[in-house]
Design a protein around this ligand. Sequence first.
Ligand SMILES: O=C(O)CCC(=O)C(=O)O
Ligand SMILES: [Fe+2]
Length: 278
Amino acid sequence: MSTKNCLPLIDLATKQSPSTISSTQTALHQFGAFRLVAPKLTQQCLHSVFQDARAFLSARGFFQLPTQVKEKTRGYSAFDSELVRGKTPIPKETVYFNKKGAENEYSPPLGFQCSVEALHDEWTNLRSQLFSTLSSILDSKESLIGTPSLDYESLGVNFYDSDRLGDRVHFSPAHMDSGTLTILVRAREACDGLEIADLRTTDKLDSEGIGLDASFISVPALPDEVIVLAGTRLQRLLGRSKVRACVHRVRSPTQTSCNRCIANDRLSLAIFCGPPMK
Ligand SMILES: O=C(O)CCC(=O)C(=O)O
Ligand SMILES: [Fe+2]
């Protein structure tokens, strides 16, 4: 089953056709996900954010800084420090931006902050339109936009290094995100291990059960597109009959059946967000 057939592509610059509307309704129920045209986001990520995050040619990226420096940096979350379902460590490092938290000795390097800010500006141009399009596709009686308790944003740059994985097969075990939507931006490495569950292939409702039982499809990173995942908050708000929270996982490169995956490390950028006030 190819992603292009399963996950519809929304282009916010055009009116949604009846067939896009109906395939998006289906996809939100079957996978909790769809694709979004966002060339400015992917370009900013590839040409700027990811280069500041990872060593590139001669320049040292944030994740190659000494551990003692990273650990004192605001927003940094160390390797294996985050847990899925409160028990399984995730073999990744992340730096979170615009998340309220303890003040730390260091800020992320200025260039890195600026490139993330430029990407965030591109995202801000899409945010209201994405949520209003989603409301109309789902014919939602809940007003998504303008609800103070839903208006939040946090942005994380994730770094996965297969040298530190040991015998684990997943960079990220199957899980659901707890927010409203997650926008995932990745490098153009066609098949980078991201997989989502086909929720019609299982009766299980919890992410652990779904992870063990469901069929998963791989979601390649396509040029100029990002993936939008529904979180448990959107599922609760609109009801499981309309939207299911996406269960997703990331296979390590050695476990990916695609021989174009040669990179040992992997970067992704996740924007966790709810609808804005206007
Ligand atoms: O790295 C990815 O592609 C997935 C990241 C993810 O699932 C998350 O940050 O919640
Ligand atoms: Fe996630």
